[in-house]
Structures are given as structure tokens and as C-alpha cells.
Design a protein around this ligand. Structure first.
Ligand code: KG4
Ligand code: ZN
Length: 331
């Protein structure tokens, strides 16, 4: 089956074609315009999606070397995300599906991030644990099967990606903060500052990053770069604190569930130190690290999951709505 996937939940306008589990095209238009504001401006994001969606769809079709009439189904993200941004993609997808007289299926963005682990990895065995770490979410899931997911725990406040983004802003680095902190950390010593690792000792699967961010803020109030301490050391120590919290809860999830296959998903899953730490710490587990291009927002994960959904007989009525605040038990 040939499925067109559309993703517009935040600041990436993305379109992809999947056919029989193979990604034929994966086009991502990143809206760099937001970097000058230090974060995503929702109104601008919607307008940019509107400006880009049509041409990126044409590009996805051409790159896949198919004709528009070859498309047999459309999958589109309907949440969670920014309302206006989601509306742009969903309205476009509905119009196209109606025009082509084909089925449409709505896709949960978080489920797609998790299932992105199966892209290029058809051999993955269930059950597996999945750490979902993005700009809006930090959750640990037990994936029993497709459509059978159990939320083991999540953050009480900020998401890990948010901690990177807010931390980068405090450090005077650019947006998005994750890649900026990662780059700055490369020349730093991560053991020089002992930032707090909230809840690390608790035997519950839960995270908290807002105290860490506040602690960085206070630290920077009196920070002056000198021979002994550079901004790179601060970035590296801050990044290490986030990673330690994530790793400790994956270990706890392994201990609690006995499941020893571990996957990661979401933008923060791109972080090289996190990937390295998972590999190094959880030596007796099978680790699945998705390709970097499938970690941050993309439509390959939408078209791929869409095809799975169609094959399971799922199909949405044309009047389905956007759900900006999907609750976790709605996946
Ligand atoms: O999954 P994603 O593209 O969008 C959401 O669904 O939120 O994730 C974006 C988040 C941002 O907070 C960004 O700073 C973070 O992923 N991120 C990273 C890295 N690349 C992106 N965080 C740490 N290290 C990275 N290399
Ligand atoms: Zn995402």
C-alpha cells in the first residue's frame, strides 16, 4: 500500500511516502525562523506550515517517483501539538484525501515517535521499553505490541528537551537548545559542577527537571569564566545531570519489568552522550537506537505508522478533530 504521511504538530513541516514498510521519501522543512525568537511562535508556525505544505507534498511525491494518483491512503498527525499548526496539516490532509477519494487516518504524534524505532528494524522483538524524550514529553513506556502500550512513568514538570532548551537560553546559546548544549559540552568537563539530579533515588519511575533549570539559573548569576571553569564545563555538567536522571529511570524500568530490550525516541534521543551512556550503562540489554533523522519530528514515522494502521483496518471519519492535549492514556 502507498501512504502519504503529514506532520505539522510543531515547527517542522514534514511529508513522507511509505510503501509496504519502506520509506520512499522523507521531506522535512525546518522552520528556522523561530530561532531568532528563542522558541517556537505558534502563529508563525501555522503560517509557515500553510506556506510550505503544498510544495513539500509535491516534493515528497516526486522524490518517491510516484504519481499523486498512486497514493492509496493519507496519515496525518492530529495531536498532541500546537492547535493552529495541527489544523493546517489536518485540513490539508482532509482536502487531499477528499480530492483523491481515498481513506485518511489520524495519528498520535507520540505513538509515531515510539514506532519510529521499527523503521529499518523490522526484527525488533516485543515487548520493549521506550524512553520518549522530546521538547514536550519525557515518558517511559512499556511497548507490549503495536497498539498495546503501558505508560510506566513521566515527568512531573519540564520535559527533558525543555530542560535543554531553557538551559541553553540561560547559557546564552541558541535555539533549539539540545544540539547547542551538546556542541558546547564537547569541549567541557562534565564532572566539575554537581547539578541536582531530582528523584534519582526514588523507586518510582518519574522525572523532574524544573529544579535543575533553576539551579543553573542561580549558578550563572555568580558565574565568571576563568581558567578553571569555562562555559563548556557548565554545559557539560548540566547535560550530564539530565542524562543521569534519564539513565537511572531506564535502569529502574528494567528492574521493575524484567524487559531487557530498550528503545529511545524523540528529539533528545539524538543526543550522542545519551546514546553512549545507554549503551555503556545497560550492557546486558539489547539497545535500539533509531536513525538520527527519525528522532526529531518527521513524517516518515507518520506514513509508516499510518500504513500499519490501515493494515489493521483503522480509518478515520472525515470529521475527526485535532487533539492538541492528547492525554497519555489516549495513545
Ligand atoms: O521530537 P522533537 O523534534 O519535537 C517534539 O515533539 O517536541 O524534539 C525537539 C526537542 C527540543 O527540545 C530539542 O532541543 C531537543 O529535542 N533536541 C536535542 C537534540 N536535538 C534535539 N536534545 C539534546 N540533544 C540533541 N542533540
Ligand atoms: Zn515530536
Amino acid at each position: 500500500m502507498i501512504v502519504l504521511g503529514i506532520e505539522t504538530s510543531c515547527d517542522e513541516t514534514a511529508v513522507s511516502i511509505c510503501s509496504n514498510g519502506n520509506i520512499l521519501s522523507n521531506i522535512v522543512g525546518s522552520q528556522i525562523i523561530h530561532s531568532k525568537f528563542g522558541g517556537v511562535v505558534p502563529e508563525i508556525a501555522s503560517r509557515e506550515h500553510e506556506r510550505l505544505i503544498s510544495s513539500l507534498t509535491k516534493e515528497a511525491i516526486t522524490t518517491a517517483r510516484i504519481e499523486i494518483n498512486d497514493i492509496e491512503g493519507i496519515a496525518v498527525t492530529n495531536g498532541p501539538g500546537l492547535a493552529g499548526a495541527l489544523l493546517t496539516g489536518v485540513s490539508f490532509a482532509k482536502g487531499l484525501a477528499a480530492g483523491l477519494n481515498i481513506n485518511i487516518v489520524s495519528i498520535n504524534h507520540l505513538e509515531a515517535h515510539i514506532i519510529a524505532n521499527l523503521l529499518d528494524r523490522g526484527d525488533i522483538t516485543f515487548p520493549f521499553l521506550c524512553l520518549l524524550v522530546s521538547g514536550g514529553h519525557t515518558q517511559l513506556w512499556l511497548i507490549n505490541q503495536i497498539e498495546d502500550y503501558e505508560l510506566l512513568g513521566e515527568t512531573r514538570d519540564d520535559a527533558a528537551g525543555e530542560a535543554f532548551d531553557k538551559g541553553a537560553r540561560i547559557l546564552g546559546l541558541g535555539y533549539p537548545g539540545g544540539p547547542e548544549i551538546e556542541k558546547c559540552s564537547e569541549y567541557g568537563n562534565s564532572s566539575l559542577i554537581n547539578f541536582p539530579r531530582a528523584l534519582i533515588k526514588s523507586k518510582k519511575i518519574e522525572f523532574s527537571f524544573s529544579g535543575l533549570k533553576t539551579s543553573l539559573l542561580y549558578f550563572m548569576d555568580s558565574f565568571e569564566e576563568n581558567k578553571e571553569l569555562k562555559i563548556n564545563d557548565v554545559a557539560a555538567s548540566y547535560q550530564k545531570a539530565i542524562i543521569d536522571c534519564l539513565i537511572s529511570k531506564i535502569s529502574l524500568a528494567v528492574e521493575i519489568t524484567g524487559v531487557k530490550t530498550i528503545a529511545i525516541a524523540g528529539g533528545v534521543a539524538k543526543n550522542k552522550q545519551l546514546r553512549y551512556a545507554i549503551d555503556k550503562t545497560l550492557r546486558d540489554c539489547e539497545i535500539i537506537l533509531p536513525d538520527l533523522k527519525y528522532c526529531t519530528d518527521n513524517a516518515a514515522m507518520i506514513s509508516y505508522l499510518g500504513e500499519i494502521k490501515f493494515n489493521l483496518g483503522r480509518c478515520s471519519e472525515f470529521d475527526f478533530s485535532i487533539i492538541p492535549n492528547f492525554s497519555s492514556d489516549q495513545i
